[in-house]
Write a protein that binds this ligand. Sequence first.
Ligand code: FAD
Length: 337
Amino acid sequence: MITTYTDHPLRERNSFHVEEQAARIIEFDAAADLDAIFAVGSEPKEWMVIGGGNNILFTRRFDGTLIHPVGKKITVKCEDDNTLLVEAEAGVDWDEFVRWTVERGAWGAENLSLIPGTVGAAPVQNIGAYGAEAKDIISVVHYYDTLLREHRSLTKAECRFAYRDSIFKGELRGRAIITSVEFCLGKSAKPLLHYGSLQADVEARGGVTLKNIREVVCLTRQSKLPDTNVLGNAGSFFKNPIVPCAVAEELQAKYENMPIYPTSDDAHRKLAAGWLIDQSGLKGYRTGNVGVHDRQALVLVNHGGATGGEVMALARYVQAQVKEKFGIEIEPEVNIL
Ligand SMILES: Cc1cc2nc3c(=O)[nH]c(=O)nc-3n(C[C@H](O)[C@H](O)[C@H](O)COP(=O)(O)OP(=O)(O)OC[C@H]3O[C@@H](n4cnc5c(N)ncnc54)[C@H](O)[C@@H]3O)c2cc1C
C-alpha cells in the first residue's frame, strides 16, 4: 500500500525534533510498491529515504519527496540447531528486531540493543555499538535500484561495510532504497563482552545469557544517552576520527590518558571524538537552544525550539575547537540536509 502526504511537518519524524517540512512524503509497504512510485514519467525528481529520522538533521524545508518504508514483516527463512536465517523488512523497528532475536534464542544482535531506527537504515552506516556491528550478522541486503528500476540484492561482501560506512553511503547513495535485510544469527552462545564493563555488569546481573546482555546494554545506554523524546538529538553527532599511527602516537605522548583504539588496518588508529570534545572544554556547553550533552560530549542536543541551522552552527564551533586544540578534523556522522 502507498500513502502520500503533502507539505508535511517533520518535527515528529526526526529525533532532533527540528521544525521543518517536507513537500511530499510517500510511505510504501511492499517492495513491489516502488515499481509504481518510480514508474517512468511519475518518478519523484528529488527524493531521499527516511526511516526513523534518528540520523538526519534537517537544516531547511525538504522540497522533494521523502520515501518512507513501513513494511514490518519478519520471516524465518531457515532454522536449525546452529543457525537462524531471518529476513526483516526495512520498516521494522531495529530494537523490536533485536528483541525478537533475543526471545528466539539467536545470538549476534544483542549488543546492538536499543539503537534507535529501522532495519532498512542499519546497513547504510553499518550501525555499531559495544564492540558489535550490523555487518557481523547481515548476510544479504535487498534493495530497489531507482536508476535501473530493478529489485536487486547484495551479499555482505558486496556491501563494502566499514566503520559507519557501506556502499549505500557511497556508490549507491541517492540510488538504492533498501527494502529488506537478511541476517544470519547463531544458535549457540557467542557473547561479545570485551567492551567497557559489559562482562562485569552481565555477570553481576546473574550470568552470561542473551537476556542479561540485552538488559545491561539497554540500561547502560539509557544511563548515558539522552532520551530523544525529552532532549532532541541524533546520538553521536561526529564519527570517531581515524588517523595514521604516527599522529595517534604523537598525541598520546602529549595527552597520556587519550584513548586510542585499533582499526582494521595496522597503519591507522581510531581516536575517541567524545574525549577530544570533552578535553576541548565543551561537555555541557550551551548556546541559545542548542548544546553539547553534559554526560556524553559526542551528542549535540536541542534544548527546545532549535533550528537545524543552530545545531549546525554549534557543530562547526565544536569542530573548530577540536581542530585548534588537537589539530584533528572531526566529521559529522549525522546526515545533514
Ligand atoms: C539516541 C541515539 C543513539 C544512537 N546510537 C547509535 C549507536 O550506538 N550506533 C550507531 O551506529 N548509530 C547510533 N545512532 C544513529 C541511528 O540510530 C542509526 O544511524 C540508525 O540506523 C538510524 O536509523 P533511522 O531509521 O532513524 O534512519 P534515518 O535517520 O531515517 O536515515 C539515516 C540514513 O539512512 C538512509 N536510509 C534510511 N533508511 C533507508 C533505506 N530503507 N534505504 C536506503 N537508505 C535508507 C537515509 O536516507 C539517511 O541517509 C543513534 C541515534 C540516536 C538518536
